[in-house]
Design a protein around this ligand. Structure first.
Ligand SMILES: Nc1nc2c(ncn2[C@@H]2O[C@H](COP(=O)(O)OP(=O)(O)OP(=O)(O)O)[C@@H](O)[C@H]2O)c(=O)[nH]1
Ligand SMILES: [Mg+2]
Length: 394
């Protein structure tokens, strides 16, 4: 086994970075570069001790070293990229191998799914999504898959199918734990789409103007709605544009609408309801309809379809709208500790198992599930045995 160095903290993001030196000579490498502030030598008899001092001499880099054992030493230094690169480089020149943190995690995790969960957890941006990923780090999905494989081994296809369906019900949620849902705000010009986007994200992301046709391009902002990660996308007002730039904007808006996970169709309550608005609603039956400018008297005329009456300008009615967005995106949020697949590979593996099960092929289903737990760990282990698995830890 050779000695390795891995950066455990994200590159350049924290005030403090942590490097881990592992291998038979870990303590020796640390001793070669570390100068203790109090003159106390690194190591000694007591395990798990902290030492304050500096690394190298030209110039000295302040560090705190934690000796976990002769084979495992943590070095805490300034979090900036330059300080980390200097320490890493010195260790590499001494003969340590640099390991990417993702490979370090994969090598340690007991199965491929837990490893993927730890890696995804580093990307989680809300407490709610992090809690779901933490459950998967602690084995929720791995155990669920193992238990289904056991049911299959016992020929209990009905119970296996039921559990598999329950997990598959969370695929869409799982795939959006680190990748945001895309919610597109569309509707006729001047309806208050940009005002609504700004009100939801909490700052003036999009330009607002009383003149119709202000927004021309797609304007996005990532935010959290009820703890779910959402990319809100403002669009050009939908109308028969004559100017080529506006035409391009309207075409982009229509594409965004077609690809959206959820659409908010925003209309102006002070304008009479028209046939083109009716057609827009009919073309997007799953959209949330928003009747905006509820702070002003509504235009008399033909009845409007049901929808949320609110004022983006006065910010009234927004909470209810956010609640509906959350419910539409995730109608059945996972219970704490529940199994949630969170990568496309996992979704594919589960669907493959489900297909085998539907054809009465229990062994094939079990094989597909077991492969999900195994594959990656084996690949990574092989790469380590062959001396690969190295790379930048960022
Ligand atoms: N009274 C009132 N005015 C609003 C409301 N929402 C938006 N407005 C006003 O309506 C005008 C148009 O608002 P925008 O947000 O730019 O409308 P838009 O739909 O983005 O318009 P385009 O980008 O041109 O398609 C601005 O003068 C806003 O201040 C509202 O809830 N109440
Ligand atoms: Mg606009």
């Amino acid at each position: 086994m050779c000695d390795t160095v891995v950066q455990l903290t994200p590159a350049g993001r924290g005030a403090i970075a942590t490097l881990l030196i592992e291998g038979p000579n870990a303590l020796r490498w640390a001793r070669a570069s570390f100068h203790s502030a109090g003159g106390r030598p690194l190591g000694g008899k007591t395990p798990d001790r902290l030492f304050v001092g500096h690394w190298g001499s030209q110039p000295p880099e302040p560090v705190v070293v934690r000796v976990q054992s002769e084979h495992s030493v943590e070095v805490h230094c300034h979090g900036g990229r330059a300080a980390v690169a200097r320490l890493e480089q010195a260790l590499v020149e001494q003969g340590c191998r640099r390991v990417a943190w993702q490979d370090w995690v994969r090598r340690r995790a007991s199965d491929a799914i837990r490893a993927a969960a730890w890696i995804a957890l580093a990307e989680a941006r809300t407490e709610r999504t992090a809690a779901i990923l933490l459950d998967q780090c602690q084995g929720a999905l791995s155990r669920a898959i193992q238990s289904i494989a056991e049911l299959l081994a016992q020929d209990n296809a009905t119970a296996a199918d039921e559990r598999l369906r329950r997990i598959l019900g969370h695929v869409a949620t799982g795939l959006h734990l680190v990748r945001p849902w895309r919610v597109v705000v569309a509707g006729p010009p001047n309806a208050g789409k940009s005002t609504l986007l700004n009100a939801i994200v909490g700052y003036a992301r999009a330009i607002v103007d009383p003149r119709a046709g202000t927004t021309r391009d797609l304007v996005s902002s990532v935010t959290a709605v009820d703890g779910w990660l959402v990319e809100l996308c403002d669009t050009a007002g939908l109308r028969d544009a004559t100017h080529p730039v506006e035409q391009a904007g309207v075409a982009a808006a229509r594409r965004a609408l077609a690809e959206a996970d959820l659409a908010l169709l925003v209309f102006d309550l002070t304008c009479p309801w028209s046939a083109s608005e009716e057609a827009l609603v009919a073309a997007h039956p799953r959209a949330i309809v928003v009747h905006n400018k509820a702070d002003l008297p509504a235009a008399p005329g033909s009845p409007r379809p049901p929808g949320r009456h609110l004022s983006a300008l006065c910010q009234t009615g927004l909470e209810d709208l956010l609640g509906e967005i959350s419910l539409r995106l995730v109608p059945r949020p996972p219970e704490p500790g529940e199994a949630v697949p969170f990568t496309p590979d996992q979704a594919e593996g589960l669907l493959r198992a489900s297909d085998h099960l539907a054809q009465g092929d229990l062994a094939g289903a079990a094989h597909a599930l077991e492969a999900m737990l195994r594959e990656r760990s084996e690949q990574v282990a092989n790469r380590f045995r062959q001396g690969e698995g190295l790379g930048r830890g960022d």
